[in-house]
Write a protein that binds this ligand. Structure first.
Ligand SMILES: *[C@@H]1O[C@H](CO)[C@@H](O)[C@H](O)[C@H]1NC(C)=O
Ligand SMILES: *[C@@H]1O[C@H](CO)[C@@H](O)[C@H](O)[C@H]1NC(C)=O
Ligand SMILES: *[C@@H]1O[C@H](CO)[C@@H](O)[C@H](O)[C@H]1NC(C)=O
Length: 356
């Protein structure tokens, strides 16, 4: 039955496969099609956007990608969290591009604040770039470095305990408390905000900058690619906006103008796709938060590595009202529209990096 749909469409004159398992692609890459067919046999949902995103999902998905689409994807997993979960570095790259010495690198990192939505979006971006033939140029022109889940301990804890949680799960001071806020642990103006020594605070920034395995992992990957790094996006939960530097102070410097206008262009693209649901905002991180936030990875990348396109992108606004949203029906296809809108924004960033 499964295979009769594409056959039927071919007979009707369609040149591409449109069936339930195309994962939103116009044209599936053959390796991905093989992967879907194999996974379907064991009764798994083949499209990453339809499954609950836990640590094991990530492992299964990345292993399957490597097995079927090996040449397009590299997975590094040398680093681990306190609880021993792997921190994955996924590199999407093609090797058939001989004429170019070094390709621009776009780095996308997700999950510092323990949410599942950003992790799902990062995996969706990987899926779309690897699976859809129509995006093959994105892989040829750019090396994508994607850290799909940078706080898996916090994410698992949040998923299972139903307690608000933003930090990692490292024990502090003989297990008096747990967790450091990764989003405040980077080595940029780490101590400029009034330093919170309150180990019980959900904002506890750690005993020192870059004290955490997760922070070290992200910083090391950034250092590895900094020479060709053209853009950095940190995907976070609870919002619907693209935010530019600074987080630790109000943005007034004139050299931010370009980063600001690019944020506006990205916001516009996203609003074309999902603006009917909720307006996608652009502003500085400081303005969005209404207060300084120190030790932020976007400030670190902008100031310490000199990367002008350095953004925080907040995604899936409904997660803030997890309880409320059970009672307020959201528009049909709400999640899918947002997901496609966000991917459109990432494509716009790609276009700007490659063609501007
Ligand atoms: C870093 O990860 C290793 C391996 O899981 C672990 O033994 C170590 O305690 C971690 N360190 C911190 C600060 O979490
Ligand atoms: C991507 O592929 C090109 C061409 O083979 C290669 O020169 C480059 O080192 C690769 N980049 C990464 C990050 O693997
Ligand atoms: C981006 O933000 C600026 C300043 O708030 C606003 O004027 C502009 O309309 C925004 N762009 C989009 C596409 O929303």
């Amino acid at each position: 039955m499964k295979n009769s749909i594409p056959v039927l469409l071919t007979l009707l004159g369609y040149s591409y496969i449109v069936n339930a398992t195309s994962c939103g692609c116009k044209n599936l890459r053959p390796c991905y099609e093989d992967m879907l067919n194999s996974l379907l046999d064991v009764d798994e949902d083949p499209c990453i956007e339809n499954v609950a995103i836990g640590a094991s999902t990530l492992i299964v998905f990345l292993q399957a990608l490597k097995q079927f689409c090996g040449p397009a994807i590299e997975v590094h997993e040398e680093s681990a969290t306190y609880e021993g979960r792997r921190l994955y570095e996924v590199v999407l790259n093609t090797s058939n591009e001989v004429e170019r010495q070094s390709k621009p690198v776009i780095m996308i990192e997700a999950g510092q604040d323990a949410g599942s939505g950003p992790v799902m979006l990062a995996l969706f971006i990987i899926e779309q770039i690897v699976a859809c033939e129509e995006y093959s140029e994105m892989m040829e022109q750019v090396t994508w470095v994607i850290l799909p889940s940078t706080n898996p301990d916090g994410q698992e804890y949040l998923r299972c305990e139903m307690e608000p949680w933003y930090k990692n799960r490292r024990p502090i001071q003989n297990r008096m408390s747990y967790g450091v806020d990764i989003t405040r642990n980077f080595d940029d103006s780490w101590s400029s905000c009034p330093v919170s020594n309150d180990i019980f605070s959900s904002h506890y920034p750690g005993p020192s900058a870059t004290s955490e395995n997760e922070t070290q992992f992200i910083s090391n990957v950034l250092a590895k690619y900094k020479q060709d790094l053209k853009a950095y996006v940190s995907l976070r939960r609870d919002g619907h906006s693209i935010l530019y530097p600074f987080a630790s102070k109000s943005a007034t410097r004139t050299d931010l103008e370009y980063a600001q206008s690019v944020a506006g262009e990205i916001a516009e693209k996203i609003n074309q796709r999902s603006g009917n649901i909720q307006w996608f905002l652009n502003s500085s991180i400081f303005d969005m938060n209404g207060e300084p936030k120190c030790g932020h990875s976007v400030d670190f990348v902008y100031n310490k590595l000199g990367i002008p396109y350095s953004y925080e992108m907040r995604v899936f606004p409904d997660t803030t009202t997890r309880i409320l949203s059970k009672f307020q029906p959201l528009p049909k296809g709400y999640e899918a529209s947002l997901r496609n809108g966000y991917f459109n924004g990432i494509r716009e960033l790609y276009n700007i990096v490659v063609y501007d």
